[in-house]
Ligand binder design. Structure first.
Ligand SMILES: CC(C)(COP(=O)(O)OP(=O)(O)OC[C@H]1O[C@@H](n2cnc3c(N)ncnc32)[C@H](O)[C@@H]1OP(=O)(O)O)[C@@H](O)C(=O)NCCC(=O)NCCS
Length: 262
């Protein structure tokens, strides 16, 4: 079992928060003991969807289902696409809709614009935080804007940060973290609400693939809520395929530390 305290979540929600990933044979009892020893108030647990018996055990012990994540991957990325340079205009097809757009890599001075952009993109985003009635919706929104800012400023969060620009203002972004020598993970991405439905996201994914080729990565992975059909459509059109999925459960311990449902 992988479990650790999350300082970022404690910061956002003001409670001692832990994150756990269950593998097939992990014991729920060990996880609860760990939480007890570490005075955890709020636990976020991810389990593979095929582990239905564990999902039912969690349901019976006070955990609530908050989302279902689906992972996609593009294996063996390699093609004859041109190399990625900051001066080449890669986005979109040559249609009028794309005129006026460009892209560049984010720099630290973009942090404030990125924060405002992420706030707009992820307002009321239906992720696992948002599904938990014990969390304030405004605090949930802040998770994404602070994640975006951290990704702009700190290499621990992302190895590349692409910004899409329209009339000198950022209108979309995508970050990638190299998680293994041959694998990159697309971490956080989105398009300003006023600019959705114009194919910009398709172009962002093209950029990600070109960057992966340039970095000699063999594959890209990416995940989202199973309900986020817009991104899954684009990933499929860009050669990604689904390959695994997880349930996210939350468990609150603030009403006393028992195994009884709260
Ligand atoms: C999801 C998102 C990135 C799509 O960006 P976009 O630039 O509008 O996407 P595209 O224009 O390339 O459109 C992709 C497809 O999704 C569809 N689509 C776009 N927004 C949609 C929405 N809100 N609901 C349903 N479908 C949508 C488009 O119609 C298109 O499908 P079509 O070609 O069959 O018509 C954007 O809506 C967004 O930023 N959402 C909020 C944050 C988010 O979900 N980030 C990704 C987390 S993994």
């Amino acid at each position: 079992m992988k479990i650790s305290l999350s300082a970022l979540d404690k910061n956002h929600f003001g409670v001692v928060t832990a994150k756990a990933s269950f593998e097939t044979n992990d014991s729920l009892g060990d996880t609860l003991c760990w939480c007890h020893e570490n005075k955890v108030e709020f636990l976020i647990a991810r389990i593979p969807t095929e582990n239905i018996s564990l999902a039912q055990e969690l349901e019976l012990t006070g955990f609530i289902l908050t989302d279902t994540l689906v992972y996609f991957r593009h294996e063996n990325i390699s093609d004859t696409e041109i190399g990625l340079t900051e001066s080449c205009p890669p986005i979109g097809t040559e249609n009028n809709e794309m005129k006026g757009y460009s892209w560049r890599l984010a720099v630290p001075t973009d942090a404030e614009d990125i924060k405002q952009l992420a706030k707009k993109i992820f307002k009321n985003y239906p992720g696992h935080y948002y599904a938990d009635r014990r969390l304030k919706k405004s605090d949930c929104d802040l998770v994404y804007s602070s994640w975006a800012v951290n990704s702009c400023l700190d290499k621990d969060f992302s190895d590349v940060f692409f910004l899409f620009i329209f009339e000198e203002k950022p209108v979309g972004f995508l970050t990638i973290k190299v998680i293994e020598t041959d694998t990159g993970e697309i971490m956080l991405n989105g398009i300003h609400p006023d600019f959705q439905g114009k194919g910009l996201y398709f172009s962002l994914i093209s950029l990600a693939k070109k960057w992966a080729i340039q970095q000699r990565l063999r594959q890209l992975i990416v995940s989202t809520q199973v309900t986020n059909l817009a991104v899954q459509k684009v990933w499929c059109r860009q050669g990604f395929e689904p390959y695994k999925s997880y349930y996210t459960f939350h468990r609150w311990f603030t009403n006393g530390f028992t195994n009884d449902p709260i």
